[in-house]
Design a protein around this ligand. Structure first.
Ligand code: RP5
Length: 233
């Protein structure tokens, strides 16, 4: 699986020096721009113009890539704000370590709900296997992502200023029955573990990833075995 360089979009550019995967061929985008209105008008199933355009986007992209095997972006990492990147980059780092292609974005469930929805749909067309969503405060982002996809969606609660992330943890973990959000620890450990959880799921059907995960665990154990405590003075 190839690692793709990504970048968090403009809004995230300052704090999130990441990379961006381009999945849709430029030609597909152009074609979509031309075809969207005509097809949108004839679509009976889509309920809004946006949904129609997204549906057409997927159709055109699928047609243009038919017979080819386009690079897939396996993991979607999303966070509510660029201020979450310091924590969420641990999830991205772990993706790199395991050779998983990913795209990291700062998109908010309440500040940019339409863009979030569009991104989720787009990621699904690009072969995404799982989402990792991190947010702070009234952290409904992971739940909102999980509600829009059946792909596994892991939540990462951000440390917060006043409640030290307890608010984020409860908001993320306390999903009502029906839409699960497996929730990680607050902060960096949670972000890294979210990717490890994704790897574990994917390793069920990917022997190479399984080997890598076993190796990761072995190295980790070895480090603990070799660790020595400082001597008393
Ligand atoms: C949440 O609000 C974000 O996930 C972030 O953790 C928190 C604060 O966001 P900023 O005010 O730093 O943009 O939506």
């Amino acid at each position: 699986m190839a690692i793709k360089k990504l970048s968090i979009k403009k809004a995230a550019a300052q704090k999130a020096p990441a990379e961006k995967v381009t999945a849709k061929p430029a030609a597909a985008k152009k074609a979509v721009a031309k075809e969207a209105p005509a097809r949108a008008a004839s679509s009976k199933t889509a309920s809004t113009v946006k949904e129609r355009v997204s549906a057409v986007t997927r159709q055109v992209a699928a047609r243009l890539t038919k017979g080819k095997s386009p690079a897939r972006t396996l993991v979607g990492i999303v966070m509510g704000s660029t201020s979450d990147w310091d924590v969420m980059k641990e999830a991205a780092q772990m993706c790199k370590e395991f050779g998983l292609s990913y795209e990291a974005r700062a998109l908010s469930a309440h500040r940019s709900p339409a863009e979030l929805e569009e991104w989720i749909k787009d990621m699904e067309t690009r072969g995404c296997q799982a989402f990792i969503a991190g947010a702070g405060g009234a952290a409904h982002l992971a739940g909102v992502v999980a509600a829009q996809t059946i792909l596994p969606t892991f939540g990462v609660p951000m440390p917060s200023k006043y409640m030290k992330g307890l608010d984020s943890l409860l908001a993320t973990v306390q999903m009502p029955k029906g839409i699960p959000v497996p929730t990680m620890a607050i902060g960096e450990a949670g972000a890294a573990n979210a990717t490890l959880a994704v790897v574990a799921v994917m390793a069920l059907t990917d022997p190479v990833l399984r080997e890598k995960l076993l190796e990761f665990r072995a190295k980790q154990s070895e480090k603990v075995r070799k660790a020595t405590l400082p001597k008393l003075k």
